[in-house]
Design a protein. Structure first.
Length: 201
């Protein structure tokens, strides 16, 4: 997994192809790129027989970046990569009309949660310590009207502790806009927004 994460350019160059290729071919390329992340990162694609109900999902949209003279057509695949007790992780592969293909990286904050008392019911503070990227997100959804990918990642099955994120498509990339954390294991869903690039400056 570590080698794949350190060499995204290799994954990109190995599968570059035109967006005009057939739908089945593009889906195969998307699956191959996600599989190239490694067995640890995308175990569902390394099974001898793929589990039913975990096929890649395709979305088509247009977008004009600041440097474009006209709209580009993009095809986005959501590729199921892994399944755990109460979460499912997906990778995303993006094709554009200029022949560029890439796995979508997702920027996320690194943070520390401190608690009041001996348990984990009451959060004292959540502090952002930096940023990192990851190749798959959990219980994700792509909204074709807003061009946003969202995530809901449960910290335990009850769903009272979790994180959420929103990434919007801008100028050829999915850019982190908001990220929220509920770090309290108290039976209630009350998240705190720790990253908000939508707030007025």
């Amino acid at each position: 997994m570590l080698k794949a994460l350190l060499n995204p350019a290799i994954v990109l160059l190995a599968f570059t192809g035109p967006v005009s290729a057939g739908a089945d071919i593009k889906e195969q390329q998307a699956n191959q790129m996600a599989k190239a992340l490694g067995k640890e990162a995308c175990p569902l694609l390394h099974q001898k027989q793929r589990s039913k109900g975990f096929d890649a999902e395709q979305f088509t949209f247009t977008h004009r970046s600041k440097l474009d003279d006209a709209d580009r057509t993009y095809i986005l695949f959501r590729v199921p990569c892994w399944l755990a007790a109460y979460n499912q992780g997906d990778a995303y592969v993006l094709f554009d009309s200029y022949g560029e293909v890439k796995i979508v990286p997702f920027a996320v904050p690194s943070y520390e949660v401190t608690y009041t008392g001996d348990g984990y019911e009451k959060v004292a503070s959540i502090n952002v310590t930096g940023y990192r990227s990851k190749w798959s997100i959990v219980f994700s959804n792509f909204d074709t009207s807003t061009l946003e990918i969202s995530e809901f990642n449960k910290s335990r099955g009850l769903g009272d502790a979790f994180t959420t994120g929103v990434w919007r498509f801008e100028n050829g990339d999915f850019v982190l806009k908001t990220y929220s954390v509920d770090g309290s294991y108290d039976g209630q869903a009350e998240a705190k927004t720790i990253v908000n690039f939508e707030a007025p400056q």
